[in-house]
Design a protein around this ligand. Structure first.
Ligand SMILES: [Zn+2]
Length: 127
């Protein structure tokens, strides 16, 4: 496990996470498709927001359970809280400044958020 440092584009939002980034998640839901995020799940005790809580706002849709947070100045989605586990942070690894997607070695698991109920059930059954 390593500590990575994340930020939005304008730098108002800064955070750090302690994670193992060998398994990333891509989601096919209507918003993830458009924002192009690649995600990792982080428990709250491994997430620290260093700056910019007041610089963030959020967007909810559909069931309203997921909280899609973004910087209100530059619009970048750095992290949020997923519908499948709202207690966790869903971090966009593209916003981690010391993680290089091009040289790192990782697997990408696809979460079929377009068919959320079925995908969530399948994941539960797999443990
Ligand atoms: Zn920003």
């Amino acid at each position: 496990m390593k500590t990575y440092h994340g930020s939005c584009h304008c730098g108002a939002v800064k955070f750090e996470v302690d994670v193992d980034l060998t398994q990333l998640t891509r989601c096919t839901c209507s918003i993830c498709t458009k924002k192009g995020g690649l995600f990792c799940y982080v428990p709250p005790d491994r997430f620290r927001q260093l700056h910019g809580e007041g610089d963030m706002t959020f967007y909810r849709f559909n069931t309203g359970e997921a909280e899609h947070r973004f910087c209100k100045h530059c619009g970048i989605h750095t992290f949020g809280h997923p519908r499948s586990a709202p207690e966790l942070f869903l971090v966009n690894v593209r916003c981690l400044d010391d993680f290089d997607l091009d040289t790192a070695v990782y697997d990408i698991k696809v979460f079929d958020g377009r068919n959320w109920e079925a995908a969530f059930k399948a994941r539960q059954e797999c443990g």
